[in-house]
Design a protein around this ligand. Structure first.
Ligand SMILES: [Zn+2]
Length: 319
């Protein structure tokens, strides 16, 4: 019988956030340890799990005929470091952690954590009172994402910072320095994890460069940046300017699929996100592969259509 789990050759980047049952962490970024164990077994069985850096080299230089997987952990949650990494270390499975310096230094928590806390614990009247610009026509999460800025970030910190920092949601510097650098590598996720398109060019440069300089003091740091939020609109041309210097010409996104592509000098990496809220891993992979091929077909169709229209116009004007 044909094995339905034989996936097309390529490099599959999977990413997790927290691995715990800590309910102060937003549910949509949490994976239970049990589920994580099952998924790692699945990935190990169906892919060759490799480190991030060689995966990039393969993509840049070789045509692939095997199925590789890379495991990533974003944001540096305590649960990922305390629960998931010991399990991987025991099995000798490598992974990369994309970290934000202000979380590692226990100076700030992410916007996502503050927003989730507010959404779950505050009445909408209270939210409107504290955030007068919020008018309830959209979710508070999308309002906060749209308004992401240093000013808003500091406002969240003034309101909730002291309370949420006590929860040790993010792994601290000591925990990160203690990681086995033979197995675990570190990557850049900007200092404060803000929505980069809202920042000025110099703010963007600082968010990327300062985190790069800070993480360079850790063993196992590699010059790669995963863009906060990871969507196709979470970066702009200014961001791309710094990808050459601070990310080896690689931009790591989070939009499912395995169709990594090169545009100009930049290699864009897609990643498949996993959490308790996602479908079982084999269904998720199937869905992501189908979506990216439909998307590619749509792009090709649009391109061919434009080409035909342009040719028609040219012919007409030649007549
Ligand atoms: Zn992130």
């Amino acid at each position: 019988m044909r094995d339905r789990h034989v996936w097309p050759a390529g490099v599959y980047f999977f990413y997790y956030h927290d691995v715990s049952s800590n309910n102060i962490v937003p549910g949509y970024v949490r994976t239970s340890l049990k589920r994580f164990e099952t998924e790692v077994e699945y990935i190990k069985t169906h892919f060759e799990i490799i480190r991030f850096c060689p995966a990039i080299e393969y993509l840049k230089t070789e045509s692939l005929d095997k199925r590789y997987a890379v495991l990533c952990f974003d944001d540096g949650y305590t649960g990922a470091v305390e629960n998931a990494l010991p399990l991987l270390e025991l099995k000798g499975i490598p992974a990369i952690l994309f970290l934000s310096g202000s979380f590692v230094r226990q100076r700030r928590v992410s916007e996502a954590v503050s927003v989730d806390f507010i959404t779950r614990n505050w009445s909408s009247e209270k939210i409107v009172k504290v955030f007068p610009g919020y008018n309830k026509t959209e979710s508070f999460r999308s309002f906060a994402k749209r308004g992401s800025s240093f000013r808003q970030f500091e406002y969240f910190h003034d309101i909730l910072g002291e309370k949420l920092l006590k929860e040790r949601i993010f792994a601290n510097e000591k925990m990160i320095r203690n990681l086995n650098s033979d197995i675990f590598t570190l990557g850049n996720h900007t200092v404060n994890h803000l929505w980069l398109p809202n920042l000025t060019a110099s703010e963007t440069e600082m968010e990327i460069r300062i985190n790069h300089e800070y993480l360079s003091t850790f063993q196992g740091y590699e010059n790669f940046l995963a863009i906060p939020y990871g969507s196709n609109d979470s970066f702009n041309t200014t961001t791309l300017l710094y990808i050459h210097d601070y990310s080896s010409d690689v931009l790591v996104k989070a939009v499912g699929g395995i169709k990594h592509k090169t545009e100009g000098d930049t290699l864009f990496i897609e990643r498949i996100g996993l959490s308790d809220r996602k479908p079982p891993i084999h269904l998720l992979i199937r869905e992501r592969l189908r979506k990216s091929s439909v998307c590619n077909r749509a792009v090709r169709f649009g391109y061919n259509y434009m080409l035909k229209a342009a040719r028609k116009l040219l012919n007409q004007s030649a007549l």
